[in-house]
Design a protein around this ligand. Structure first.
Ligand code: SF4
Ligand code: MG
Length: 316
């Protein structure tokens, strides 16, 4: 039930300040050990905020974050520090997440040193292992971040996140800034790592075809709420929420199973966070009825274990 608001900074009607924006609106989500959960939605849907909140880079106003049974949502700086090592984040923009004044080898050794790897020989060996894991030659450890390509830098970002063998990785749009051909290589690397290490990951992306390749389950966000969550196969084969259906129909046809071409759904209508107590999607939804305007549909669990927040979910 994570909830988080921030001041919108915008001006509302008649020049009065607009109300706070609910970046996270009663969001509930679970991630199981060893799985990759894809988190998709358009920009501004709250995906990054949710990811950053889970690892406590951002705070929340309300709700709990249960990490292996412990609520870490309100732990203080000192109390949170053992959890920091166990949850790592991979960012989209490696040019700001990797310190440009450190050589690659030092960048990878830094988290090790900070967490008790006192012997430099042991650190060097682990750095070598990490470079191998992400498919870079040892010689790269002497280079500077600016000497690497975007794809190579993201490999370093991944190696850095893996350094301390975290229990949870949150990758926030890790391939979105890369060229398409490089994207495929990095997605393959994630797929390999998942097989090799059985890592637990939340993979945040606005790109459905990427999420589909890598996720066991997928959660779809719309304006700060999760509207649907289910296994990747089910969700792509028969989306239950009208918004998920519209998102999927906007994926280029080539990446959808041949023979299952969907009619493209063009979303119209106003994107409005102020749903007046009803479904946030109702002004854009082709299936909306009276109740949708008045009552916000809860995220309800269905027989197959998936969840959907809609008064009239689509049937397969
Ligand atoms: Fe559409 Fe109503 Fe479902 Fe909202 S609750 S997605 S408006 S059918
Ligand atoms: Mg984002």
């Amino acid at each position: 039930n994570l909830t988080k608001s921030y001041a919108s900074g915008k001006t509302g009607l008649w020049g009065r300040p607009a109300g706070p924006v609910r970046a996270l609106d009663d969001v509930s989500l679970d991630v199981r050990a060893g799985e990759t959960l894809g988190l998709v939605g358009e920009s501004g849907s709250g995906k990054s905020t949710l990811g950053r909140s889970i690892v406590r880079l951002d705070g929340v106003d309300e709700g709990r974050i249960l990490f292996q049974g412990v609520d870490i949502a309100r732990l203080s700086g000192r109390q949170i520090s053992p959890y920091r090592r166990r949850m790592q984040m991979i960012f989209q923009d490696t040019s700001s997440s990797l310190n440009p004044r450190r050589r690659i080898g030092d960048l990878l050794a830094e988290p090790l040193r900070a967490h008790g790897w006192d012997e430099s020989a042991a650190r060097r060996q682990r750095v070598g292992e990490l470079m191998e894991i992400v498919g870079l030659q040892d010689a790269f450890s002497q280079r500077w971040p600016h000497e690497l390509s975007g794809g190579q830098r993201q490999r370093i970002g991944i190696a850095r996140a893996l350094a301390l063998k975290p229990d949870l990785i949150i990758a926030d749009e890790p391939v979105s800034a890369l060229d398409v051909s490089v994207q495929a290589q990095i997605v393959n690397l994630f797929a390999d790592l998942r097989r090799q290490f059985g890592m637990t990951m939340i993979f945040v992306s606005h790109d459905l075809s990427v999420v589909r390749q890598i996720s066991d389950r997928v959660a779809v966000m719309y304006l700060g709420s999760i509207v649907e969550c289910g296994t990747t196969d089910r969700l792509f084969a028969s989306p239950a929420h009208p918004y998920t259906q519209a998102l999927l129909s906007s994926v280029p046809v080539a990446s959808i199973d041949p023979g299952k071409r969907r009619q493209r759904i063009i979303l119209t209508g106003e994107v409005s966070r102020d749903a007046g107590g009803g479904c946030k999607f109702h002004k854009r939804c082709a299936f909306a009825r009276g109740v949708c305007r008045d009552e916000q549909p809860p995220l309800a669990r269905r027989g197959d274990g998936s969840q959907v927040a809609c008064h009239f979910p689509l049937m397969p």
